[in-house]
Design a protein around this ligand. Structure first.
Ligand code: HEC
Ligand code: HEC
Length: 218
């Protein structure tokens, strides 16, 4: 990993201010960059992040802070840049991902490189419906029909396509994210957006419940 190169799809936002109508538009340019992460430097940067995400990067059970350990590099980079440029709203995270606090792309690649090498939380908080219940079964059906094409049969996601790994993620965090996509607060990949619009909140909860029981070793 220390010699591996990070290839991240970066979205650089340019703000176009249309003064007449006071409309702000975000222009996205997709660029491909290669970085060799400095994992030691990334570890030092992570000390600040650990105040919320905890030193193991396992987040917390009530889902306020997501678990990050072992997440794909391209997912981490994309989410950090989305939060930095305001595409993804998080008032808690926002100050910590600015250029003046964390640095440029090299520093971002150091910290995400470090996070991606950490072992995942083996025991994240699971949803309320255990294996064998009808809600668990329902969630399995929904997940396999609508979610596994991107997030994988075992929630492994894809680094290449920047699809998040859901294995090891806290149920409450996933539930909250799905709720905010459903209510329009968080905008995600159009393919996921379409699926979410067609499902009820209860079905999304059941899918997240199923995903929360994935084994992190698979
Ligand atoms: C003050 C607390 C706090 C600090 C410090 C903090 N974070 Fe976060 N972070 C959060 C919260 C809260 C969220 C979830 C935002 C949401 O609900 O959408 C988050 C989300 C994230 C995500 C998105 C995860 C995902 O699965 O989509 C990444 C990546 C992340 N943080 C990395 C970092 C890094 C790297 C640092 C240090 C440079 C850091 N965070 C510092 C609170 C914090
Ligand atoms: C077309 C591919 C696709 C489909 C289908 C899809 N997702 Fe996603 N999902 C994504 C991507 C990409 C993201 C990262 C957010 C973004 O777009 O930046 C994401 C984010 C998430 C997150 C937040 C993860 C985090 O760490 O913040 C959860 C939870 C999630 N998806 C669950 C689901 C569930 C449950 C379904 C099925 C009902 C589903 N997704 C369907 C691609 C998909």
């Amino acid at each position: 990993m220390s010699t591996a190169k990070i290839t991240a799809r970066l979205l650089r936002a340019g703000l176009l201010c249309l003064v007449a109508s006071s409309v702000m538009a975000v222009e996205k340019i997709s660029i491909q960059l290669d970085f060799t992460p400095d994992l030691e430097a990334g570890k030092t940067t992570f000390e600040v992040c650990a105040r919320c995400h905890l030193p193991e990067a396992w987040g917390n059970v009530d889902g306020t802070y997501p678990q990050l350990a072992g997440q794909h590099v391209n997912v981490l980079i994309k989410q950090l840049l989305d939060i930095r440029n305001g595409t993804r709203h998080s008032s808690l995270m926002f100050p910590f991902v600015q250029q003046r606090t964390i640095g440029g792309y090299q520093e971002l690649s150091n910290v995400v490189g470090y996070i991606s090498t950490l072992p995942m939380n083996p025991n994240p908080s699971r949803g309320p419906w255990k294996k064998g219940t009808s809600e668990y079964q329902q969630g399995k059906k929904i997940y396999q029909k609508y979610c596994s094409s991107c997030h994988g049969d075992n929630g492994e996601g894809s680094n290449e396509l920047a699809y998040p790994r859901l294995q090891g993620q806290h149920f409450q965090y996933m539930r909250r994210q799905l709720e905010s996509v459903k209510s329009g607060l968080r905008v995600v990949h159009p393919g996921m957006q379409a699926v979410i619009e067609n499902l009820e909140l209860e079905q999304l909860e059941q899918a997240a419940n199923y995903a929360s029981y994935f084994d992190v070793s698979e």
